[in-house]
Structure formats: C-alpha cells, structure tokens
Write a protein that binds this ligand. Sequence first.
Ligand code: ATP
Length: 424
Amino acid sequence: SSLPSSGPSTKFELERETELRLEVEGTGPVRVELVSGLAEVFGTELTRNKKYLFPPGSRAAIFTWHGCTVQLWGSPDVAYVSRDTPMLLYLNTHVGLEQMRIQAEREGERGPRVLVAGPSDVGKSTLCRLLLNYAVRRGRRPTLVELDVGQGSVSVPGTVGALCVERPADVEEGFSAQAPLVYHFGSTTPGTNIKLYNKLTSRLAHVFNLRCDANRRASVSGCLINTCGWVKGSGYQALIHAASAFEVDVVLVLDQERLYNDLLRDLPHFVRTLLLPKSGGASERSKECRREARDQRVREYFYGPRGSLYPHAFEVKFSEVKVYKVGAPSIPDSCLPLGMSQEDNQLKLVPVTPGRDMAHHLLSVVPLDCGGTEEGIEERSVAGFIVITGVDSERQTLTVLSPAPRPLPKCVLLIMDIRFMDLK
Ligand code: ATP
C-alpha cells in the first residue's frame, strides 16, 4: 500500500512505566512498530515487529511496564513520551477487581459489576477497555455494557448494548463485536428521551442477569459499564439509575471530585466508590471531532473497519415498510389526555410516514416474531441498521443502504435523529 512504512522514521526509547502518546489528525496515517521489549495499547499487548496503523482521527498511547523501543513512520500532530501516567493506579484497580472475582469464585457469588463515570473526554471508554483487556488476559470473560449513546464502542451511535469480551481488543479495531446485544435509542444524547434511556438500561441489566444465571464464568467475571459524559441533572439521575439497575459493586469516577462526592452521598454505602485521576493523554475532542468519530462508526458498520465489507443498495416501496419513532414530541401538560403523563409519551411509538424528510436517516431494524406483534418493540433488540439514501416521492420508493441483501426481513423500522451521508 501507499502507507508510510518505509521512508523516514523516528525511534523512541521508552523507559519503564512511560508511554508514547499519539494524536493523528489531518496529516495522514501513522505506523508504529514495537522493535524490542514489551508494550501495550490500552491493555492490549503489541506483537513485536508488526506494524500497527493509526488512521487520521486516532489517539493512542503505547505504554510499557518494563521499557521498550518503538519505531514510528508518518507525521502525527502530536507525539511525545510521558512519564506521568495513572497506569499504576489503573493496574491496582484491576488487581482489586481480580481479587473480587477470585472471592466470588470461591464463595459461589457473582463477580464485580463496575460502573465507570465522569465528564466527557476523561478516558472512560479507555479505562473500560483497559480493565476488560486485563481481565480477559487473566482468562476472565467480562461483559462490556455500553451506555454511551454518543461515542459507544459496541455498535453505532444512538444505541446502547452489551458485548461479552472473549479476547483482548484489537489495537486498531477495538473489541470484535460478533454478536452484540443492541437496543435502539435513536439519538446521541440521553436527554432527548431519558425515560427510554433508563428503560433500556434496566432491560440490559435484566438480560445481563439472565446471562449470569446461565453462565457461571460470565457471572464471576462481572461487567464494566461505560456511561455518557453527561453528569448533571437527569444525566446524573441516569447514572444513579444504572448503578441500581445493575446493582453495581464498584463505581469508578474519573477526574471529577464533585461527581465523586455526589455519588458517594447518593449511592448505598456498600457500593465502593473510587475517584481516579484522568490520564493527561485523554484530551478534549472538539464537536467536529466527535461528529467525525460518530460518522466513522456508522461507515465502519456498513463498510467494515478496513473497507472490507460491501453493503447492498436497493429500493423498497413506501407501502412495504413500517416506520416508527419512539417518543412523541412533548406537548403542553394541559393538552395531554386524562391520566396520561408526559413520560408515557416518551415511550409511545409514533408512526412516521415515509417521505423526503427521511433521507439520510439511520434506522434500526427490529425483527418481528412470528406472531407479528408490535407490543414493546422499543425494548426489543436490534438486528441491524439501514440508511435511507434516497427518497422518490413520485414512485413512492425509498433507496436503502443495508448490510444484508434485499428483501428486508419482516420487521419494524425505528428511525433515529442521526443522519449519515453515504459518500462512498
Ligand atoms: P466520552 O465522554 O466522549 O465517551 P471518554 O471519557 O470515554 O469520552 P475516551 O474516549 O476514553 O474518553 O478518551 C478520549 C480520547 O483520548 C480518545 O480518543 C482516547 O483514545 C484518547 N486517550 C485516552 N487515554 C489516552 C492516553 N493515555 N494517551 C493518548 N490518548 C489517550
């Protein structure tokens, strides 16, 4: 390929417990190779003499416990070695969780359920990834519960989900999501429909409990729950709700002492709440950067992480689809029918008539059972996603982009606020 792997390169000698931090933006991809010693990226060990690709938009740290030499090709926007990392504290946290798993194993109990909270860009997802990697490297099978509807790592934005982690994350692609459990939320912030958000959280907890009942290893391994950076008002209440729905044992708060104190006050006393520092490498991302990351997730869903998948494009008639939006727009309280609350409205399935407005929207495909009932559709898991790439009002057809060939299964489509421009 035309990627930089010959050409000029820079060598970094890393001392023990230091990391090489990279930010790759507009300057094209960067390649990294571990030449000697041992190193890891967010808990995944690097293979020596293998070249790893970091495309524009990536941020990463190559950390070493014992010292190593790393070679780098390309010109990242930022590349520096830091000695000041919280990794020892994160490792101690892992050791603590592992002790809880050993005890759970011994006493026939369940392992640690851990909620990770904090404002945006403090490294919550990264800490989850690290702790999951360390657990799976010790032979555990922890579950990643993704409650971040904006920058999630289980499925596309606008969803919540869970994934059983069976091997360390791929350095370039993250955790492989072969059969994730995914629920439709519909937008990138929980605030658009907090009732639905909390309901889906409870649903995930319920399904996780069932899995733990059936699978001892999953139960002992526990879970890591990644949350949104929205920690005020209803966002805070949603954290409390998640902690109670999952009956968490441990809460890790990154960076924010105020949030830590609030949680310490409001959670039951048996929940171990810990404040951990953020890594200096977890730097703020702009709105643009976040939008680009979301787009990238959707693109990856359809085209594969390396552009290795070929989605299908086909037409469907307006009359062939049933599209709903979850949640009616709020109306003045005085206009609500008697006995109905604003909150009931948030779970209502509102039919959407196909038309021009639908163009570029992302939709969740929720299969119907043989009975064809639509009851509780908003709580059912999603089979996949499509994007409406074109609308022909005259011919009454939609053109869709889909990972599977036509026809669409017997399903209901739930429309998201999220749009995706298919420019490929
Ligand atoms: P959000 O609130 O958006 O979910 P977050 O709190 O989950 O954010 P992360 O996504 O984990 O934060 O981290 C923010 C960015 O910083 C990511 O791009 C991540 O790869 C990067 N990052 C985290 N830790 C480091 C580090 N030690 N060195 C370099 N980059 C890092």
